[in-house]
Design a protein around this ligand. Structure first.
Ligand code: F6R
Length: 255
């Protein structure tokens, strides 16, 4: 695992975008796993400044709410369209989001896993982490080998995401999420984290036991993980523990 600690959230985006641009240059039809939420936005903004042809890049979103009307601005289909597909000039036909309005969401979830496999798997999976340790919408208690499925969101997650909706009660109760087992099949995991409010859970995920109670702790079992964190989010990481920390722009090293 390599950990880049950088001064600001904006810098997390620059570092992560540099990694993605290098991947796309060497594999123009790379398959990216696309996280939504606030953490990856600086990545997509920074990636847009790279002069790399992204027209052949393929993308699979991490998750989607179940039950929002088609075209709802906070559906992840719309967020991915605005923040990723349009910003980076991806081909919309090559970007897939779980179908949260499917008549049979469980079936849509199983089909999603099959679509990822048919694309040859994900080259780089972009990830954020929830305050409760969730990865995608795999809430605490999710099986470490879970597949893409329908999941019930915890109240903590719905509260965190209420900022995007006019009322907390508008946040859907269910979602389709890539499973932890699905995520672990990606060849490279790129976790981006910022803010002091994530410091405790990031330390628990990277330095604590691997347990379903902290789904993001599964990252410790993946052979190729890059963490890009700002100083505030990295402030509680334990020194040592076999991680390689990299100083960027004068930021504190984890070492
Ligand atoms: C988003 C996702 C979630 C978020 C997490 C952190 O697609 O799957 O796991 O990454 O909730 O959200 P932010 O970045 O908004 O703090």
């Amino acid at each position: 695992m390599e950990i880049f600690v950088v001064p600001t959230a904006s810098a997390t985006g620059s570092v992560a975008a540099g990694i993605l641009a290098a991947v796309i240059r060497s594999k123009p039809d790379a398959v990216l796993g696309l996280a939504t939420g606030g953490s990856p936005l600086p990545i997509y903004r920074a990636l847009a400044d790279h002069t790399v042809d992204m027209s052949a890049v393929r993308g699979f979103a991490l998750d989607e709410y179940v039950g929002l009307p088609a075209g709802h601005p906070e559906s992840y289909a719309e967020v991915v369209r605005r923040e990723v597909t349009e910003r980076l000039h991806l081909d919309p036909a090559k970007v897939t989001v779980p179908d949260g309005s499917a008549a049979d969401p469980e079936r849509a979830a199983a089909d999603y896993d099959a679509a990822i496999a048919a694309a040859g798997g994900i080259d780089v999976q972009i990830l954020g982490i929830g305050h409760n340790g969730h990865l995608a919408f795999n809430e605490p208690g999710s099986a470490l080998d879970s597949r893409t499925r329908v999941e019930v969101l915890t109240e903590r997650t719905r509260e965190a995401n209420a900022r995007y909706f006019s009322a907390p009660s508008d946040v859907p109760a269910r979602c389709i999420t890539q499973g932890l087992g699905t995520i672990m099949e990606a060849r490279h995991l790129l976790l981006v984290v910022n803010g002091a409010d994530k410091a405790g859970i990031l330390a628990a995920a990277l330095n604590g036991p691997v347990t379903a109670e902290c789904p993001a702790s599964i990252l410790q079992r993946h052979p190729h993980v890059t963490v890009v964190a700002d100083e505030a989010a990295a402030s509680q990481l334990a020194p040592g523990s076999g991680q390689v920390a990299v100083r960027v722009a004068g930021a504190a090293a984890v070492a």
